[in-house]
Ligand binder design. Sequence first.
Ligand code: GLU
Length: 442
Amino acid sequence: MDRMKVRVRFAPSPTGLLHIGGARTALFNWLYARHTGGAFILRVEDTDTARNTQEATDVILSGLRWLGLDWDEGPGRGDFGPYFQSQRGKIYQRRVQELKAKGLAYDCEGAVKFKMERHPIVIPDLVVGRVTRELTDREAADPDFVIVRSDGQPVFHFVNVVDDLEMNITHVIRGEDHLSNTAKHIALFRAFGVEPPQYAHIPLILNPDGAKMSKRDRGASLQNYVDEGYVPEAVVNYLCLLGWSPKENREKISLPEVIPLFDLPQILRHNARFDLAKLEWLNGEYLRELSAARFRELGAAALRRAGCKMDAYPDNYITAALATCQGKIKRFSDLAAYAGFYFQDEVKIDPAAAEKEFTPEAKARLQKLREALAQLEDFTAAGIERTLKAAAEELGVKAGVLVHPTRLACTGAAVGPSLYHLMEIVGKEAILKRLDAQIVAG
Ligand code: GLU
C-alpha cells in the first residue's frame, strides 16, 4: 500500500448521542482526508457492552450522514474491518500475546500489565506543539498500566492503539482531552515496533460562559439541531469555525470551499466558544439561499419527522406545496405549523378562532363563495382570486372580509402561504370539502 497516503479516523464511543465536540472532531478528520486525498475511516469504539447499544451506534451514523460526512471505510465498507471494536477480540488477544512474547507485558493478579517506558515521553503535536510528558510521582514508582482487565476486557488505551496500528492510521486528530493519554499510546506503538502516527489534539469547545461544554448543556447534542430543523450545511459551516478559521474573518463558507484551505497547522490553539446566536444567523443565511430542490428535500424530511404522511402525496404536489413556503420560515421545524395543512385530510381549527370567525353571516358569505368556486373551471390562483373578489363585490364587502374565514377554513391558521396559491395546490375538490366542513359546522 501507498505509505504516504493519509489515513485518519473518527473513533467515537457510542453513548447515545453525538456530541457537538465529537461532530467537530469527525468533521476535522474528514476535512483533512479530503484535503490530502486520503481516507476517512469510521471506527466504532463499542467496548463498553453495557452502554453501547445498536441504537447508540445508529445515532452516530445518522448524525454523520446528516452532516454529509461520508466515510471511505467503516461500518459497511473497507478492507481493514471489522470496524466495531466489539468484533475485534481475536486481534487484541493476538496483540497481547505479541507483547508478552517480547517481554513487554506480563500477568498481574489476573490482569495483564504493560511495561511502560521509564522516562519522559515527547509528543510532537501538530496543533499544541511539542509536549513533554513527565512521569507523575505515582507513576514513577510503578509506571506500568493494565492493558487487559481481570475480566478479560482489554482497556481503551490498548484497543485504541492496536486499531490505529492495524488500520494504518497516519494522523490521530482528536479532542485535547486525550492529550494526557498520548504518552501511553506512543509507548505502546513503540513496544509493537511501529512508528506512532502524528498527533493533532484540537482544543475543547466551551460554553459562552467559558465552562467546558458538557453533555447536559442545551445544544450539546447534534440531534438537537436535527430536531429543530436546522440546515445541515449551516451546522457544518459553524462546526468548521469552532477551532479553525478561513482568512479575512470570513464566516459563511461552504464545505467544498473549506477543503482546499483546511490544514492541521492552522487549527487554533485556544479553546473555541460555542455561540448559538452565530449558528442561528448562519442557518438563516443558508435557508434563504437554498435551491428549491434542496428546500423541498429538507422540508419534506422535516414534515415527515413531524408526523405528516408525505408518502400519501404525489411528488409534484409536495414540490408545489413547499415552493409556497420558501423564504417564509426561519427553521424547518416551523414548517409543520406553517404548511402541515397541505398534508392533512381534515384541517384542525382552533375552536376559539372558529367561533370568532365563522359567525352566521360569515358562513352565509362562505356559502356564496363556495358556489362560485364550484362553478370555476380554471381553478388556478388567478381564477380563484378573480372569483373571490367578484363574490366579495356581489356581497358588498371588502375582499379581506372573505379572505380571513376562507384562509382559516382551508388551512386552520390565520397566517400561512399565499391564499390563492395554496388553494390552487390543495385543489378544487379538497377546498370545497374544507369550506363545506365549516359552512355546515356548529
Ligand atoms: N473512543 C474515544 C473517544 O470517543 C476515541 C479517542 C480517540 O480518538 O483516540 O473519546
